[in-house]
Design a protein around this ligand. Structure first.
Ligand code: ADP
Ligand code: MG
Length: 361
């Protein structure tokens, strides 16, 4: 059963359309991330789902029921915000108990549910503290416990880890993923951080300028982006622009530099069309002098420098037409005795050429 369905949802402020008509179906128990740069409409879309913002057009179904006109509190959902939004003068216990009190649960039930919620976010010892006596990470755990305490069918989170430092963010990402697995609740999670989105989500909805650019699993989005925007937003990329020379058996593309590179054949392209090919930096290899790479794409470059990043070293090159190329290598021992400007040859397998917008066949 679908947990959430958006049909033609849009939002305009005066003449400014900040969310273009959007369709999206979310399955029960799915972890969906709305990912995109600042201003792409993530918060607006989330708040429309929450019932905080009224859509200009379209329909929202939650759990198979038309919720478009329902008040926020009747939508069986909970929200977690970046700034925790805890009530400062209430204890941790009372903050978490609050949604249960509104829903008129019995004192015994409240006691039991709050205890379980506290334990699920590992704050058993903190029930009597006030929010200000907690660290940022602990306050956000309280907010998460408060969201989960009454078993909502849908939890909405808007950049919940945005105010925390990197280590704490990694730790809480894992905790939220674990809670999601254990509780089987549907989560719609907003972030502008592509790594966070990839690490946590069943499916990523990439947004740009109020539109869904592409919705896919993290692996699909990374390995088969449909557009240059998607390729760039999800990791590092080398993009080659050219025109189709041939498309039988394999796709061959002439670059502006005159060089020809090849990709798996793509059904929707014909000779003479413009096309962009993506090659991820970790798919490229450096050929040593005299080394050949049968069947691979090969491109002559000059060396620009390298950056040590810990797990990988990033090598910078330039093609004959001046395009910058990045190649990532796990071996930092891959050293060059030759300095900047030295000629080199970069190679990658035909299958590692990803045709943007292409459908294989
Ligand atoms: N009340 C409003 N009036 C006018 N424009 C708004 C309003 N709220 C948001 N916007 C605009 O809508 C766009 C999307 O905003 P938002 O949904 O907050 O983006 P995100 O969460 O992706 O950063 C932005 O350009 C923002 O300036
Ligand atoms: Mg936002």
């Amino acid at each position: 059963m679908s947990s959430l369905r958006l049909l033609g949802i849009s939002k305009s402020y005066g003449l400014l359309e900040v969310v273009s008509p959007t369709d999206l179906t979310v399955s029960q128990g799915e972890f969906i991330t709305l990912l995109g740069p600042s201003g792409s409409g993530k918060t607006t879309l989330l708040q429309i789902i929450a019932g905080i913002i009224e859509p200009t057009n379209g329909t929202i179904e939650i759990g198979g029921v038309d919720a478009t006109r329902l008040h926020s509190r009747d939508r069986q959902l909970a929200m977690v915000f970046q700034n925790y939004a805890l009530v400062p003068h209430m204890s941790v216990f009372d903050n978490i108990a609050f949604p249960l009190k509104i829903r008129r649960h019995s004192a015994a039930e409240i006691q039991d549910k709050v205890k379980k919620a506290l334990s699920s976010v590992r704050l058993d010892q903190f029930a009597d503290r006030k929010p200000r006596q907690l660290s940022g990470g602990q306050q956000q755990r309280v907010a998460i416990a408060r969201a989960l305490v009454y078993n909502p069918s849908l939890v909405l989170m808007d950049e919940p880890l945005g105010a925390l430092d990197k280590n704490l963010r990694d730790q809480l990402q894992e905790e939220i993923s674990k809670l999601h697995r254990e509780l089987g609740v549907t989560i719609i999670y907003v972030t502008h951080d592509q790594q966070e989105a990839m690490a946590m989500s069943d499916r990523v909805v990439l947004m740009q300028q109020g539109r869904i650019e592409q919705a896919a699993t993290p692996a699909e989005l990374y390995h088969r982006p449909q557009t240059a925007f998607a390729a760039r937003f999800l990791g590092e990329s080398n993009l080659f622009c050219g025109t189709v020379l041939g498309n039988q058996g394999e796709l061959s593309v002439r670059l502006e530099s005159g060089e020809v590179i090849r990709a798996p054949s793509t059904s929707n392209l014909s000779v003479g069309q413009d096309v962009t090919i993506l090659v991820r930096p970790e798919q490229m290899q450096l050929l040593s002098e005299g080394e050949s790479a049968a069947g691979a794409n090969i491109i002559e470059v000059s060396r620009e420098g390298q950056t040590f990043l810990g797990a990988v070293t990033r090598h910078h090159f330039k093609t004959r037409s001046g395009q910058e190329i990045r190649m990532n290598s796990t071996s930092s021992a891959l050293d060059f005795s030759s300095g900047p400007g030295a000629a080199a040859t970069v190679a990658w397998k035909l299958e590692q050429s990803v045709v943007l917008g292409g459908s294989s066949g």
